[in-house]
Ligand binder design. Sequence first.
Ligand SMILES: *[C@@H]1O[C@H](CO)[C@@H](O)[C@H](O)[C@H]1NC(C)=O
Length: 271
Amino acid sequence: MVENLSLGHLIYLLIVISVVKAGDDDWHGGWFPYAPDVGTDPNPVFTIRKNMYDPKHGVVMGVKDPHCDDAKTNLEIDWDYNPVNHSCFIFNRRQFFESRSDIHPVHSQDYIPKSYSAPHKCMSESINYNVIVPTFGTHRPLWAKYGEYKFLPRQRWVHNLEHGAVVMLYHPCADKNEVNFLRKLVKKCLYRHVITPYNLLSAQRPLALVTWGHRLEMSKVAPKIVVDFIRKHALKGPEHTARDGQYDLMLEEHSEVVSDLKDQELCKGLL
Ligand SMILES: *[C@@H]1O[C@H](CO)[C@@H](O)[C@H](O)[C@H]1NC(C)=O
């Protein structure tokens, strides 16, 4: 472990030490708020080929490689195609959640050190997250094409977050009108968005927007809060590229450019 200590870890350690020295009594150190991923396979079946090596992420991004990730092979490791993940069935019957204005939106933030760089893992290794809605972490080398999906696994969209995307998640049993309203706002705000159902969201707040380090969970769409969130937190990922992804399984509608390809004006003309 010690010989694996990278410069990033050292810088992080220094941050930890200086924060502790600053005398914040409630702060106990450790990984920022949780380790970026858990339970990965220590014995990968494939090894990373030399030309696929990247000193920052382990595996280069955006290059299709059937021995690592070509957005086609071994996709079942991230999702077993179970329709439960994109259709509304609760105890075998359809029941949509009620959206309530008395349940306020919750914005939460993960404090990600600037020196953190997310590892890429080939499709031979599983990637798990120990939070329901990850805002950062290990992900696949190929990211998702922008747009709306019938279902997109989180190991893909976490990579889009790193490039500054806004990811809209909705429980398949969320109120259809609310889902439509949120979708409309997101599509009008920026090109760099991903929309997918996500049945792990709660019945209480079945709608979410995610950016690198931030999540906003909602019962009912408050347009001002949504637009403010996007203006403030979109395009803030550590990697600045508007380049489209490579993964497009179950992509139903490709994103349209809103202001320009770089999304220089977010939520143009809204509120
Ligand atoms: C699909 O839904 C099941 C049941 O809720 C859940 O355990 C699983 O993690 C979900 N899979 C994905 C890829 O979201």
